[in-house]
Ligand binder design. Structure first.
Ligand code: NAI
Ligand SMILES: O=C(O)C1=N[C@H](C(=O)O)C[C@H](O)C1
Length: 250
């Protein structure tokens, strides 16, 4: 049995993770902690893997504390930058236990992971590319971590293919053209009734490709969370791994 502790356990995602762990045949819930609880209660004796779904402003500190306590961590919280990822790598290099793992996923839903993957494949073949993400209005960050990751992948694939800047003759912009991530415009919609959705638009003269992923329910993230917990607990992924695609045979 994999002993799983959940940090952010009272949140929208954390509470689903608690239910998913309780329902999994090969996992058992160790501790369920939220804001104000003492993270040092989590130890290698009571926990194999911590699943962390909190808020972007606290996740780095939580992950660094958990690494220092000798446990592996699966992180779904957004807000990760290259600098923060480097801090995690440095902490893992000094970790108390040999082969410790941290796994961070911008998105655990298979539809979103594949959309991100397909966007990277399509990117070299189109002159224009834009990302639109659409979410529930309780989300605190914009654009979504997934949209940033998708835009970064498109930007990298375009650069590798020798493509220049996307065509755009906008002369005035009050913000309507979105946030530019690695040369790709990213737009965020917040609408009651939505959960988590992403659309990637690619254009050439006379043609368009649209890649869209819709997560209608938070249950859609749970198979990915459990897969990540199992992979991390296997001990086969020491160090920092970013993205569920690393655990899929793509
Ligand atoms: N990777 C993925 O597939 C997904 C990622 N997310 C991300 O997960 C994060 C959480 O999303 P939601 O659950 O919707 O947010 P939420 O606001 O419902 O839950 C966050 C929880 O963290 C708790 N918290 C805040 N500070 C804490 C601390 N210092 N220690 C422990 N707990 C603390 C809050 O009290 C709350 O219960 C967001 O960054 C969101 O973008 C959300 C859905 C899927
Ligand atoms: O806050 C959410 O809900 C989600 N957050 C993640 C993100 O920012 O990409 C993943 C998913 O889109 C749901």
């Amino acid at each position: 049995m994999i002993k799983v502790s959940v940090v952010g356990a009272q949140g929208r995602m954390g509470s689903h993770v608690v239910d998913a762990v309780n329902a999994a045949p090969d996992a058992e819930l160790a501790l369920a902690l939220d804001a104000g609880d003492d993270l040092t209660a989590i130890t290698p004796e009571n926990t194999d893997v911590v699943v962390e779904f909190t808020v972007p402003s606290v996740t780095l500190d939580n992950v660094l504390a958990l690494i220092a306590q000798g446990v592996d961590v699966v992180v779904g919280t957004t807000g990760w930058t290259d600098d923060k990822l480097d801090q995690v790598r440095a902490a893992l290099a000094d970790a108390p236990r040999e082969g410790q793992s941290v796994f961070i996923a911008p998105n655990f839903a298979i539809s979103a992971v594949l959309a991100d993957y397909f966007a990277r494949l399509a990117a070299p073949y189109f002159e224009s590319a834009e990302v639109i993400e659409l979410h529930h209005p309780d989300k605190v960050d914009a654009p979504s971590g997934t949209a940033i990751h998708t835009a970064q992948g498109i930007g990298e694939a375009r650069a590798k293919a020798g493509l220049g800047a996307v065509p755009d003759n906008t002369q005035t912009d009050g913000g309507s053209r979105g946030q530019v991530v690695d040369g790709v415009h990213v737009h965020a919609v917040r609408l009651r009734g939505l959960n988590a959705h992403e659309e990637v638009l690619f254009g050439n003269a006379g043609e368009q490709l649209v890649i869209r992923a819709d997560s209608f329910d938070r249950g859609s993230f749970m198979p990915g969370v459990l897969l990540a917990a199992r992979k991390v607990a296997s001990g086969e992924f020491p160090g920092l791994t970013v993205g569920l695609d690393h655990f899929l045979d793509l």
